[in-house]
Structure formats: structure tokens, C-alpha cells
Design a protein around this ligand. Structure first.
Ligand code: CP
Length: 317
């Protein structure tokens, strides 16, 4: 099976079947990272370019590792040392990169819609690694994989996404993803960080975190996206933490077997206490591990050929 699309730009336009295909493919790639030699020849001869206009630790590194574990060549472009600082436009950057014949460009940008523009400029595949406050599809996929592994299913689960919903591409992609898979999603945070109309995406909305946590199976805590704010959305960080941060007391409202996710980077003592972040319910580092498998699956499903698919099915890689 293949994704019958050139690009992966968001969760909004993926079908449930496509989500299931990516998640099952990612699950099958997990064991590659546990091998002594963590490499399969599946994408030998393919070239992936990571074009990140915003900082990243997890996403950029795991896209690079994923490409290399599939035997693709991976090139990282640091925008601060590229010709972008000399005034080159996105279109010119894209056309020049394409002239070097990559098979895929992975892009992160502060402006929503940039990956979609880029996809129109180039013939190779484009993967959205986070565009403004719009979408972060590979993050949502690794979140779904992490929950599915632990709970066995996504259907019927209660998911609480808590924090700075307004500025979060992770929240948006996860609302699309989890609701398509049959979960019940509630978003919670300060009223100033709950965008008008967010319920139209299919989630419930509350500014009462304690209500959102009651009886929930999964809690996803979000960082305050200071880099996307030009004004103050709450009085003090201390007050935010007291009312909206997750600590061991608030955690008692969730189900006994609750699991806790956070896309990272975490701000300890702000949206999540260290006891909770490092505690027994936290799957934050499992998410990072699953990020590599999900990104291997994305490359495979976008760039692989029928011959490589037959080899995978025959267990030859
Ligand atoms: N979750 C996430 O996108 O982390 P990075 O910003 O480190 O890539």
C-alpha cells in the first residue's frame, strides 16, 4: 500500500484509512531501531532535505535519523547560514533545491501555509514539519501511535489537550487525528488561549482544566508558545501554573490508568510539574522514540516503490 498523494501537509486532509495505514506501517518499522545495525536499504538512492526556518530538536533530528535508517541521504539546511538571510524568496530557495533533484523536502516555517506553497513550487514530495499555528502532522501521528500502543485502540478514548490551544499546531493536528479515529477530544486552557470556533473541529471546549481531566484516558499538556505571542494572555506564569499546570493533585481527577503526553520541549514547573513529567504515567520519551518510526513510515509511504514494498512484505528488509 502507498499513500496516493505527493505530499504530507496536514492531518485535516487525511482519511481514517490513510491514518491507519501510516500508524500500522510505523508500528512495523519500530523494530528497525532496536536492531544492532539500525538500517534497512528501502530508500537507498533517495535524497531528503530538511529545511527548517524555526528551531527544532526532536522533529529535525528524527526526520534525519528516519531518512538515514531507511538508507536515504539526508541533508539539513540551517536557514540562519543559508542564502535565505541574503533575501532569497521561498520560491527561489525551493527551485534551487529542486534543481539538485531531491526526492523530498521536509519543511518547518513560522507562517501557516508555507509547506502548501512549497508543494506547489516543486515536483518532489513535501512534508510539513510544522507551519505556524496551523498543523504539525508527524507530531500528531506519533502521538496517536503512542496512545494506540498503550491503550490498544483510539476509538472511544477520552483525550484532554490542555494549555495554549490558540497558538498550537500540535493541538490542531491532534484534534483532527484523534476525532477521525473515534476518540472524544476536549481542549482546555485559559479563555484567552481558546480560539473562537475551535469546537467546529469536532472537540469539546472548556476553560476549567479540572473538568477536562475528570475521567480522562489521555492528557496531552502543551507548552505556552511565547514565540507566537505579541501580547500577554495571562497575568503571571505562577498563576498560569497553579490554575492550568498539571501536578499530582490535578492528576488524581483522571482515570487510574491515565497516560500523559507532551510534544516537547517541556517547561518544567509551568505547564507540567517535574514529578508528573518524570512519573509513572508519563510517555513523553516514548513519543520521541515513536517519532522516528512514524517518520520512517511517512518517507516509505511517500517515496517507496512497489519493488521495495514487495521486499518489506516478504520480510527481506
Ligand atoms: N515536538 C516538537 O516539534 O519538538 P521540536 O520543536 O524540538 O522539533
Amino acid at each position: 500500500m502507498r499513500l496516493k498523494r505527493k505530499d504530507l501537509l496536514g492531518i485535516e486532509d487525511l482519511t481514517r484509512d490513510e491514518l491507519e495505514l501510516i500508524l500500522s506501517t510505523a508500528a512495523s518499522f519500530k523494530e528497525v531501531s532496536e536492531r544492532e545495525i539500525k538500517k534497512v536499504p528501502t530508500l537507498r538512492g533517495k535524497t531528503v532535505i530538511n529545511l527548517f526556518y524555526e528551531p527544532s530538536t526532536r522533529t529535525r533530528t528524527s526526520f534525519e535519523i528516519a531518512a538515514k535508517r531507511m538508507s536515504a541521504d539526508a541533508v539539513n539546511i540551517s536557514v540562519s547560514t543559508s542564502s535565505v538571510v541574503k533575501g532569497e524568496t521561498l520560491r527561489d530557495t525551493a527551485r534551487n533545491l529542486e534543481a539538485m533533484r531531491p526526492d523530498c523536502i521536509v519543511v518547518r516555517h513560522a507562517s501557516s501555509g508555507t509547506p502548501h506553497m512549497l508543494a506547489g513550487f516543486v515536483g518532489c514530495s513535501v512534508v510539513n514539519a510544522g507551519d505556524g499555528a496551523h498543523e504539525h502532522p508527524s507530531q500528531a501521528l506519533l502521538d496517536m501511535l503512542t496512545v494506540k500502543e498503550k491503550k490498544g485502540t483510539l476509538a472511544g478514548l477520552k483525550i484532554a489537550i490542555v494549555g495554549d490551544i490558540a497558538h498550537s499546531r500540535v493541538a490542531r493536528s491532534n484534534i483532527y487525528g484523534f476525532t477521525k479515529m473515534g476518540s472524544e477530544v476536549t481542549v482546555a486552557g485559559p479563555p484567552t488561549m481558546l480560539p473562537a470556533g475551535i469546537e467546529k473541529l469536532g472537540c469539546k471546549v472548556t476553560s476549567n482544566v479540572e473538568d477536562a481531566l475528570k475521567g480522562t484516558d489521555v492528557i496531552m499538556m502543551l507548552r505556552i508558545q511565547m514565540e507566537r505571542q505579541s501580547e500577554s494572555f495571562f497575568p503571571t506564569v505562577r498563576e498560569y501554573s497553579r490554575v492550568y499546570g498539571l501536578d499530582e493533585t490535578k492528576l488524581k481527577r483522571a482515570k487510574d490508568d491515565v497516560i500523559i503526553l507532551h510534544p516537547g520541549p517541556i517547561n518544567r514547573g509551568v505547564e507540567i510539574s517535574s514529578e508528573v513529567a518524570d512519573g509513572p504515567y508519563s510517555l513523553i520519551l516514548d513519543q520521541v522514540t515513536n517519532g522516528v518510526a512514524v517518520r520512517m513510515a511517512i518517507f516509505y509511504l511517500l517515496l517507496g516503490t512497489a519493488k521495495e514494498e514487495q521486499q518489506i512484505q516478504a520480510g527481506k528488509v
